[in-house]
Design a binder for this molecule. Structure first.
Ligand code: AP5
Length: 215
């Protein structure tokens, strides 16, 4: 199963990705997670990416494509993968096409999750993350047992710097301008599954699996 998961910020890509990679036993490549890891480790890439991320803008394509190609070298792409948050614009989609062409592989499906803007902003404002184990909570729907504390390891939960409402609105604009054209592109290619991400995580997961099949 070779899948791309695209959708606006906070639609639940990461939440569904965690379930889908278990279900289909495939690798998960989240460019957002890879970038945050680089920022946390203060690598050169992290230093160059941080400002763009904090402002809600896309990190330049050359940095992203190098990072992704490097990651792809270390996984069994023939077995399958799920991209979460990549590609995000036509240049990145071309880079992915070139990579797959070179390997003689094709994407199986591109899942586009959508939800309305108010819901996306509410999910962003409510999101809390464990800095140690990276478990994702939401104060409005999936809170930890003790406020502000991770159930798994007791760490103090944090908010992502780009989850401030103003930055989320900027990320939504960037999504509309740069990523929505990909939705049309993959639709024309006959790969797109357009699915509602506004239900609860189990409902959304069940719909995705019913569309993808058992694998
Ligand atoms: P990235 O990390 O990819 O952010 P994003 O696409 O904006 O998506 P999010 O991680 O914010 O949300 P999500 O859809 O995964 O939602 P989640 O499951 O966490 O990118 C961050 C930044 O990195 C970008 O702005 C950019 O600067 C840079 N970047 C990354 N990739 C790039 C690329 N390819 N090119 C250039 N730059 C790039 O859920 C959100 C919240 O809602 C959680 O609290 C969760 O618990 C809750 N929730 C989830 N699903 C449900 C549900 N069904 N019902 C109720 N609550 C739910």
């Amino acid at each position: 199963m070779r899948i791309v998961l695209i959708g606006p910020p906070n639609v639940g890509k990461g939440t569904q990705a965690e379930r889908l990679i278990k279900k289909y036993a495939i690798d998960h490549i989240s460019t957002g997670d890879l970038l945050r890891k680089n920022v946390a480790e203060d690598t050169l890439l992290g230093q160059r990416a941080k400002d763009y991320m904090d402002k809600g803008e896309l990190v330049p394509d050359d940095l992203i494509i190098d990072m992704v190609n490097d990651t792809l070298e270390h996984i069994d792409v023939e077995h399958g993968f799920l991209f979460d948050g990549y590609p995000r614009n036509p240049v990145q989609a071309e880079a992915l096409n070139d990579f797959l062409l070179e390997k003689g592989l094709m994407l199986d499906k591109v899942i586009y999750l959508y939800a309305d803007k108010d819901l996306l902003i509410r999910r962003a404002v409510g999101r809390r993350i464990c800095p140690v184990c990276h478990t994702v909570y939401n104060i409005f729907g999936f809170p930890p047992k003790v406020e502000g504390i991770c159930d798994r390891d007791g760490a103090t939960l944090i908010q992502r710097p780009d989850d401030r409402e103003e930055t989320v609105r900027k990320r939504l604009e960037v999504f509309k301008e740069q990523t929505v054209p990909l939705v049309e592109y993959y639709e024309m290619a006959g790969l797109l599954l357009r699915l509602d991400g506004s239900g609860n995580p189990d409902e959304v997961f069940d719909v995705i699996v019913s569309e993808l099949g058992e694998g």
